[in-house]
Each structure stands twice: as C-alpha cells, then as structure tokens.
Design a protein around this ligand. Structure first.
Ligand SMILES: [Zn+2]
Length: 98
C-alpha cells in the first residue's frame, strides 16, 4: 500500500571455514565472520548467528538491513529515540503485519 520503506545495511556475515581445526590442524570448522556497522573489527563466531553456520555452505553471505524512517530518514532505532520525529513504528508494524 505504498508503505515501502528504504532499508539500511547494519551488519554483514560471511560463512567461512577455519581450515586448521582438529589435532592435526587439517580439519574444517564452520564459522561466521560478522561485521557490525560502526565496529572497527570483525568477529569470528563459531556459535549460531542465530543461523547455524553448519546449515549453510561456505561462501554464504548474510546481510542485515533495518528500515529507514520515511519522515526523518534515520534508521528505526535512532528515529524512535529522536523525539522530534513522530513516525509511529508500532502503527506501521500493525499496518504491515496484522
Ligand atoms: Zn523518524
């Protein structure tokens, strides 16, 4: 219904392989390398992303995108903290998903 919002990428993850796992350093272990917008470093995670890396082939990429406010042009979290913008995200979600 014309409610299409713009999206901003805030996090990326790549399904990588630790090629030196095991006692002989010759086994592959699944991991995600995740990078969050604003962080200097990437993080290697052997746990779920919450997507289990063992469920996806090496090379898989995950991009997390959040909606951008159509009124103030900030991503949803910043918009909600910004008292000068009155965009109603609760009403938006209800219009979108109820
Ligand atoms: Zn806003």
């Amino acid at each position: 219904m014309g409610d299409r919002l713009n999206y901003q990428e805030i996090a990326w993850a790549e399904r990588r392989v630790d090629c030196y796992d095991g006692p002989n350093c010759d086994q592959h272990r699944a991991l995600w390398r995740a990078h969050f917008d604003g962080d200097m470093d990437s993080e290697d995670m052997y746990r779920d992303l919450p997507l289990d890396p063992k469920q996806f082939p090496p090379g898989t990429k995950v991009v997390i995108m959040v909606p951008v406010c159509p009124k103030c042009d900030q991503q949803v979290e910043m918009c909600e903290q910004d008292k000068s913008c009155d965009f109603d995200w609760k009403a938006w979600a209800e219009g979108q998903y109820s």
